[in-house]
Design a protein around this ligand. Structure first.
Ligand code: ATP
Ligand code: MG
Length: 296
């Protein structure tokens, strides 16, 4: 995957405007006609190198930041995608946060509070493994969770999800206006593939820790989750903060698409190493002469 061409892997799955988006138009098993896994892996390796190089410039320039948000059903491959795609990046330039069920303290605040504290600094790539989008996904599928949020009853109306989409759109626009680019990934796995992966976890003692009975129970709500995802993408995909709906039944393909989308986002920033002015160059010349003049 070369820079400049990476986007072609990701573009078919990019949603800039959710108005007409339908989840059923994207097949979780899609591999864009690529059947040569080996070539795809090589492309991914090249992509990882390209990413590392651009991340260094992002860090050196120290102006922009990139926020990557990952959402998915369990076992869709979020963790693996993050691990592989970011494997070449300098850990100092990258911050990963996982958001689980909120604590009592977090529930006492507005729902953007905990994620706002974890936004990436300039020069960094921030990764959210789950995010404030849970507030229109799991909370929508299980509305009893809203009660624990202590909201004034007059604000909990049938319009709450639409209002949350609106607020999230504004928040992401605000981030973009501050130099923080936002890219969102929904790893779209099929119900059948999820079942297969759960069964693998149950058959492999090294993977037991990844399995929880509640994950399997959530499968009962599959349809509700899919319609919540579809509605969320419709309500929050914008040109400045697009969603990528990434086919996730084949992990190798998921990773290629995610890497391509990140490369694309960094390329759009046109990152350059900071220019060194004349005074600095003179200073550096003098430092070099001094170093060369020393005995050891
Ligand atoms: P993952 O499932 O992401 O790999 P995990 O299994 O290590 O991570 P879990 O303990 O399953 O972690 O935590 C994730 C759970 O937290 C998910 O079920 C998710 O729906 C829930 N969660 C995250 N954010 C919220 C929120 N704002 N409100 C309610 N539940 C949330
Ligand atoms: Mg889990």
């Amino acid at each position: 995957m070369k820079k400049g061409r990476a986007g072609k892997f990701a573009r078919p799955y990019r949603i800039d405007d959710g108005e007409h988006f339908r989840l059923k138009d994207i097949d979780p098993a899609d591999t864009a006609g690529i059947d040569d896994k080996k070539a795809a892996r090589e492309a991914l390796e090249a992509g990882i190198l390209a990413l590392a190089e651009m991340q260094e410039r992002l860090y050196a320039q120290d102006r922009r930041a990139l926020l990557l948000i990952f959402q998915a059903m369990d076992a869709a491959g979020k963790d693996g995608a993050i691990k592989h795609v970011m494997s070449g990046v300098n850990p100092q330039g990258c911050q990963v946060y996982s958001f689980k069920a909120p604590s009592a303290e977090e529930l006492d605040h507005d729902y953007l509070w905990r994620t706002s504290r974890s936004l990436p600094e300039r020069g960094r790539i921030g990764i959210f493994n789950r995010s404030y989008y849970e507030e229109v996904l799991v909370v929508r599928v299980h509305p009893e969770m809203l009660e624990r949020q202590h909201l004034p009853p007059s604000l909990v109306t049938k319009d709450i999800w639409k209002e949350r989409y609106r607020d999230i759109r504004s928040f992401e626009r605000y981030l973009d206006s501050n130099g923080i680019a936002v890219r969102k990934f929904f790893l779209h796995v099929s119900k059948g593939e999820q079942k297969k992966r759960f069964l693998e976890r149950l058959d492999n003692p090294d993977k037991y820790w990844k399995f929880s009975a509640s994950d399997a129970r959530e499968r009962r709500f599959w349809k509700d989750y899919m319609s919540a995802y579809e509605d969320m993408i419709r309500g929050t995909a914008t040109p400045r903060a697009p969603w990528y709906v990434v086919p996730a039944d084949n992990k190798w393909f998921t990773r290629v698409v995610v890497a391509a989308a990140i490369i694309d986002a960094l390329e759009e920033m046109d990152l350059k190493f900071p220019k060194v002015d004349k005074a600095r160059r003179t200073e550096m010349k003098a430092a070099k002469a001094e170093l060369l003049g020393q005995k050891s």
